[in-house]
Ligand binder design. Structure first.
Ligand code: ADP
Ligand code: MG
Length: 142
């Protein structure tokens, strides 16, 4: 996947996310970066729907845990590292399970665990252009 797109509304970001999510399968890891309010969660919702999460389920950022699991075509793990204080908190998670190949893992603030991201993951960078415009780039990570 190598896509660069400007979306002009949250709905357009949802639609792009769905497109991405449809192409994912078990074992795929999507590492998302972008500032607060860039649209990482918005895009994650779309990706989740494209990957089979029920359309009335809105993925939200968990408040007290770093990970939330959803039911899609395969298990979907949504990791949000916004509240991570030290990388040790991530070492305590069963991260091998998420990266094992059975589920799809979506990571917000992925740059915070850069060294832990396995080979072959997808990267998505979201850049805030204006109040309603976002530049979204999707490419292969290292
Ligand atoms: P993050 O998870 O990166 O902190 P969120 O997805 O929670 O960001 O929030 C993005 C905010 O930006 C939402 O309030 C959304 O309505 C707004 N927004 C405006 N335009 C867009 C767009 N084109 N794509 C995504 N979100 C947008
Ligand atoms: Mg978020």
């Amino acid at each position: 996947m190598n896509i660069s797109r400007v979306t002009k509304s949250p709905e357009e970001t949802h639609a792009l996310g769905k497109d991405i999510g449809k192409r994912l399968s078990g074992g795929d890891i999507v590492a998302i970066t972008g500032d607060l309010g860039a649209g990482k969660t918005c895009l994650s919702q779309g990706i989740g729907w494209g990957a089979g999460i029920d359309s009335n389920v809105y993925m939200t950022s968990p408040t007290f845990t770093l990970v939330k699991q959803y039911k899609g075509r395969v298990p979907i793990y949504h990791i949000d590292l916004f509240r991570m204080r030290t990388i040790e908190e991530v070492y305590e998670l069963p991260i091998e399970d998420y990266f094992s190949g059975k589920g799809i893992t979506i990571i917000e603030w992925a740059d915070r665990i850069e060294p832990l991201l396995p080979k072959g993951h997808f990267r998505i960078d979201i850049e805030l252009i204006s109040e309603n415009e976002r530049r979204i780039k999707i490419y292969s990570g290292d």
